[in-house]
Every structure is written in structure tokens, then in C-alpha cells.
Design a protein around this ligand. Structure first.
Ligand code: NI
Length: 449
């Protein structure tokens, strides 16, 4: 029985040998094909970029995809999903990223490149709340006013940047094209926020041809709109100081001042327009007008404008009695205090006239001006503009009167042009702060350098 079984097996082997040889050759061939195929498979490496950010690089034929890897599993999962979608779109040849960290937020700016065009995707992820954040959530309330505000700032900033570029960024570009571009960028919320020691801006990338232009709005100009808690800002005062310094870095600074108001017909519109541009100013108000328009003055204070005294009745202080001077000066301090709870930051005696008695009564500095726009004389927007636009320089204090509509309009026209020339328009108080100067009681200032 045993020998029979053995015989059967030998016989079986003999009969099947030719098949076994075939199977062996097939296996070798299969392994070889797998090997060849393996060489052509996408290769993924884990690397670290120059900022120490871990990332993965996926290379296959003429396509390169780079994507960051974080500690956060949820975020990594979202990134993988995104990468897979990009990968499946054969037209995209290149995917790269940029990471900007601000507080608890990781912002990822994706750049997808096809043969013809570049597209950017903007992501914000909150590590603390472990969720994606919509760009509008960086702001307290995102509404039409916010959009208008940001559009205005982005437009001015873009115009400013374009003027600094040689050769010009794009042929045949006009104001309307820039405005449309800006509008679209704000509508699509193509921005990311950088909050570092020497760079605090909300950045936009505008599709100029052939190169995109990165334009930043200083965060200081958005300080009332941004949700500082979300940004993880603990010391608000210190942060705002840094933002203020960064904004003014490399810019020329000028103080705008408005006398003789407020006027309920012209001042409110001016406040809105200045606010839209994130510009401040000092208002040298008459005590009698403050008394008549106390709610408006309170609004001016709430909006962050610098409130100052232009005395009560606009009299020539040199030609009145000591008692009358006391009424002119103290009466205005009281009126402003009653309306807002604060005292005027400085005083501008009418016609720049004062004497020793004035000085004995004052509890704040005397602020005059070194650029007179002559708006009160011209009462004409273009003439006022032409008279002063080239006379203004760094540290200057410019005089307007917000009681005339023509003055209001001229001042805004001048403000926009100055901004495009690289100026920041601010109040006297802020100008002194920016120049590290303390304005002293009873001392007279024409400009601040
Ligand atoms: Ni006056």
C-alpha cells in the first residue's frame, strides 16, 4: 500500500512538471511587472520647510503636491481630503501651501497651479475650538459697512503700493479696474491675517498681470472691526501699540484739524467718511456749538476723534477782559466735559491770538497749524485742494473748517491723495504719540516732528 502511494506521487510530479515550470516563470514575470509599476507609483516624502513646518511632498510624473502636516488630527484629515480632490483633478500640476499662524488660528493659503492659471484657496482653522473658521468670523460683525470699509482701505493701500513700483505693475490699468479688483477680492474674502512683531496686516492678493500683488491693510486700521479674542490677544493695549508702530513705519504722518464746529449739517458726514478710511482728526470746537450739539459731540468721542477747544464764542482773546477770557476757556472745557465726560486735549485760540492771562487759564497745550488750506476763503473744493496738496509734509498740522461742505469735501480729497502718497492721516494726539512727543501745558505747537 505504502509503495503504491509513493509511486503515484512520483508519477503525479512527473506529469505536472511542465505546468509547475510555467507557474514559476509566470510568478517571476508578475513580480517583475509589479517592480516596474512600483517605480512609476507616486512617491510621498515627509519633510520640514524653512519655517520648521512639517509637510509631505507627493511627486508623480510632472506633478508636485506639497501639503502641511499638523499635530491636530482633525485638521490633517481635512487637508488629506482636500489634497485628494486636488490630486484627482488632472489639470492641476502643482499644489503648494503657506502657513500663517495668528493666535490659535492656523491659516493655510493654498496655491493650485494648472498650466494656464493660478488659483488660491484660503483656509482658517481654530486649534482651540478645533474647527474651521469662516474668514468673516475674524470680524465682530461682517456686513455691508464692513465690506465698504475694507474696500476703501484696500483701494487706498493698493493705489499707494502701485505708485511705489517701477516699472509699473501692469499696462493700461485704470482706477476703475483697481476698484473692481478690490471689490471682488473683498467679496470673495481672499485674505489672511499676519500678526507678528514687525508685520501686522490683513493681506490680500490682487490678480494683476502678469504678477499678483500682495497688498496689506495695517491691522491698526481694523482694530475696531477685528475680533481680538479670537486672535488670542491677551494684552490689548500692548498689541494696539505694536499695530500702531507697524502702521506708521516708513510712512509720513500728518494731523488734520477742523475748526469752528461742530455743525450738524456737515460734521456727521465728515465723521462717517473719515471713519470709513480709518482716519482720525482733531476737532477744535466752539463751546457754544458743543452745547447746542451735545449728542453729536458724544458720538465724536465714541468714534475715537480727538476733541479740543477753540474757545466758547470765537473772540480775539487779546482784546477781551480777564473775566471774559475765563468764560471763553473754562466755559468750553465744561461744555466738552458735560457732553463727553472728558476734557479737551488741547486749545487753539481764535486767530492764534493769546496772552499771559490765557496761559494762566489753560490746562492743556496750545495747538496751532503750519498749513492753512484757506478753505474758508475759497469755499471751493478744487481750489482748496490745489492750494494745499503740495504744501503738506511729514509732521505737519493742517487747518480746515468742518462748518463748510466744500471744506469737508476738499479735506477728504486731500486725505485720499496724501494716503496714496504714503501718508497716514491722524489726530494731533496720535501724531504726538507716533512721534514720541509729550505735548506740554501752555506750550505752543505749529507742527510735531
Ligand atoms: Ni476759528
Amino acid at each position: 500500500m505504502v509503495s503504491n502511494k509513493k509511486l503515484d506521487r512520483q508519477k503525479w510530479i512527473k506529469e505536472n512538471q511542465k505546468y509547475m515550470k510555467g507557474a514559476f516563470v509566470l510568478t517571476i514575470l508578475f513580480v517583475f511587472i509589479l517592480f516596474l509599476f512600483g517605480m512609476k507609483l507616486p512617491k510621498e516624502k515627509t519633510l520640514k520647510d524653512k519655517f520648521g513646518q512639517k509637510y509631505k511632498e507627493l511627486v508623480y510624473q510632472n506633478r508636485i503636491m506639497k501639503y502641511p502636516v499638523f499635530q491636530d488630527k482633525l485638521l490633517n484629515k481635512e487637508i488629506k481630503k482636500y489634497k485628494k480632490n486636488v490630486w484627482n483633478d488632472q489639470s492641476i500640476k502643482n499644489l503648494s501651501y503657506q502657513v500663517e499662524t495668528a493666535g490659535n488660528m492656523e491659516q493655510i493659503i493654498w496655491t493650485k497651479q494648472t498650466e494656464k492659471e493660478i488659483h488660491k484657496d484660503f483656509w482658517i482653522y481654530d486649534r482651540k475650538q478645533k474647527k474651521a473658521i469662516h474668514p468673516t468670523e475674524l470680524f465682530h460683525h461682517w456686513n455691508e459697512a464692513t465690506e465698504n470699509h475694507i474696500e476703501t482701505l484696500l483701494y487706498l493701500e493698493t493705489e499707494r503700493m502701485i505708485r511705489t513700483l517701477t516699472p509699473p505693475i501692469q499696462e493700461n490699468i485704470n482706477e476703475q479696474m483697481i476698484q473692481d479688483m478690490v471689490k471682488k477680492a473683498v467679496k470673495e474674502k481672499n485674505f489672511y491675517l499676519v500678526n507678528q512683531k514687525t508685520d501686522s496686516n490683513l493681506y490680500f492678493e490682487l490678480p494683476f498681470q502678469p504678477k499678483k500683488l500682495k497688498v496689506g491693510i495695517p491691522l491698526y486700521q481694523l482694530k475696531d472691526d477685528l475680533n481680538l479674542e479670537l486672535l488670542g490677544i491677551k494684552n490689548k493695549k500692548e498689541t494696539l501699540n505694536v499695530w500702531f508702530q507697524n502702521q506708521n513705519q516708513g510712512r509720513k504722518l500728518v494731523a488734520f484739524t477742523y475748526d469752528d464746529g461742530p455743525n450738524p449739517n456737515t460734521t456727521p458726514g465728515l465723521l462717517q467718511e473719515l471713519k470709513k478710511r480709518s482716519m482720525t482728526a482733531t476737532f477744535f470746537m466752539l463751546g457754544k456749538n458743543v452745547e447746542r450739539n451735545a449728542p453729536l459731540v458724544k458720538t465724536m468721542h465714541t468714534m475715537g476723534f480727538d476733541l479740543a477747544s477753540h474757545t466758547f464764542n470765537h473772540r480775539n482773546l487779546k482784546r477781551i477782559t480777564n473775566e471774559e477770557q475765563a468764560v471763553e476757556i473754562n466755559g468750553t472745557v465744561d461744555a466738552i466735559k458735560n457732553a463727553t465726560g472728558i476734557e479737551p486735549s488741547s486749545t487753539r485760540p481764535p486767530y492764534g491770538n493769546y496772552n499771559e492771562v490765557t496761559l494762566s487759564l489753560l490746562k492743556n497745550p496750545i495747538v496751532l497749524w503750519n498749513v492753512d488750506t484757506l478753505d474758508w476763503k475759497y469755499r471751493n473744493v478744487d481750489m482748496t485742494y490745489q492750494n494745499s496738496i503740495d504744501k503738506i509734509d511729514d509732521g505737519d498740522i493742517v487747518l480746515f473748517h468742518d462748518i463748510y461742505k466744500t471744506s469737508v469735501d476738499a479735506s477728504l480729497k486731500i486725505a485720499d491723495e496724501l494716503y496714496k502718497r504714503g501718508y497716514i492721516i491722524m489726530s494731533v494726539k496720535d501724531l504726538a504719540r507716533a512721534k514720541n512727543k509729550t505735548l506740554e501745558t501752555g506750550v505752543k505747537y505749529y507742527s510735531i516732528h
